[in-house]
Write a protein that binds this ligand. Structure first.
Ligand code: NAD
Length: 324
């Protein structure tokens, strides 16, 4: 008798990270149910999977009741607007998917006896007073600022996940994702990398917010997905940071991209958004210890792969997704 396939439900599966997760699980031999309402996602991210018999797309809002026929071995909860531009434009949906969506996804995992993994975020640390950020730092978040809708939704989602673990004994995992980049980011999602790359490719001035001295640490998507896959299969219940500790200022990052693209576009400076974190770098000693994971892609390799994707996108005819 043939062995039954492992089945995973990936919420937010048509988004940037979710679509890479779909690829990874399919490559590992799983059957994949991708669930998305396309609010910030794009069907083009999963277009290459159409016709794959182990891949299914459910057009569904995960804040509503979720029903999946048959067994489920893992639920990966990635649905949520994720870029500042998106969650500032969709504040209520962001809070709902972090709260009600997480509750529904946990309910599915509980009903099916499946493992559950929450995509949380370094934004849980807010504008951190501790540097670099370790998992045992509780954060410095402004609940009533505009970014509070995202940060607090994720903090609530973590608390809900732990409650399901403690009360219902669901096998839960929490990943705190730090800034990740790679192919399938949206060109106009307002994050630094797509903005810098598309401006540089179009020969427009590169817009840096503030004086550019704020720092970020950028992780290539394949490294992140590998860390997440390992975490799902580990026994670690408490949050694990996954990110690249290679920290640089936003100004350096803009200059690096300009050099790579070969543009002479000037860098221009605009006002810093409210509560923008001044520095961000993951401490990944826990991921090293419990997952045997660390990032493998250096910035130049990752940027070159991403640039190839952006060039193709900018050349493509105007086959626009729901949000550009
Ligand atoms: P994304 O916007 O590309 O993907 C999110 C997906 O969720 C989209 O396809 C969107 O349509 C879907 N979605 C949103 N609300 C939904 C709902 N109610 N029902 C069903 N689908 C819904 O963003 P991303 O960068 O791929 O982020 C994925 C996850 O990872 C998010 O939970 C985000 O908070 C987390 N994360 C991402 C980063 C990063 O650097 N990209 C960093 C930290 C955390």
């Amino acid at each position: 008798m043939s062995q039954q396939l492992q089945r995973v439900v990936i919420t937010g599966g048509a988004g940037f990270l979710g679509s890479h997760l779909c690829d990874r699980f399919l490559a590992e031999g799983w059957e994949v149910i991708c669930m998305d309402n396309l609010v910030t996602g794009d069907l083009r991210n999963i277009g290459h999977l159409v016709g794959e018999s182990r891949f299914h797309f459910f057009h569904q809002d995960v804040t509503e009741f979720i029903h999946v026929p048959g067994k489920v071995d893992a639920v990966m909860h990635f649905a949520s607007p994720a870029s500042p531009l998106d969650y500032l434009e969709l504040p209520i949906q962001t809070l709902k998917v972090g709260a009600l969506g997480t509750h529904k996804a946990l309910g599915l995992a509980r009903e099916k006896g499946a493992r559950f993994l929450l995509a949380s975020t370094s934004e849980c640390y807010g504008d951190p007073l501790v540097h670099p950020q370790r998992e045992d730092y509780w954060g410095n978040v402004n609940p009533v600022g505009p970014r509070g809708v995202y940060d607090e939704a994720k903090r609530f989602a973590e608390a809900m996940t732990m409650a399901y673990h403690r009360y219902h004994k669901v096998r839960t995992r929490i990943v705190r994702i730090f800034n990740t980049y790679g192919p399938r980011m949206r060109l106009n999602d307002g994050r630094a990398l797509p903005a810098f790359m598309s401006q540089a490719l179009r020969g427009e001035p590169i817009t840096v917010f503030g004086d550019g001295s704020q720092t970020r640490s950028f992780c290539y998507v394949d490294d992140l997905i590998d860390g997440i896959y390992r975490l799902l299969h580990s026994d670690e219940v408490y949050p694990v940071n996954i990110g690249n500790p290679n920290e640089m200022t936003i100004k350096e990052f803009a200059e690096r991209i300009a050099r790579l693209v070969g543009t002479t576009s000037p860098i221009i400076y605009k006002d810093l958004p409210v509560d923008d974190p001044k520095q961000r770098r993951p401490d990944i000693s826990k991921a090293r210890r419990v997952l045997g994971w660390e990032p493998k892609f250096d910035l130049d390799t990752g940027l070159a792969k991403t640039l190839a994707y952006f060039r193709e996108r900018l050349d493509a005819p105007l086959a626009k997704g729901p949000r550009g």
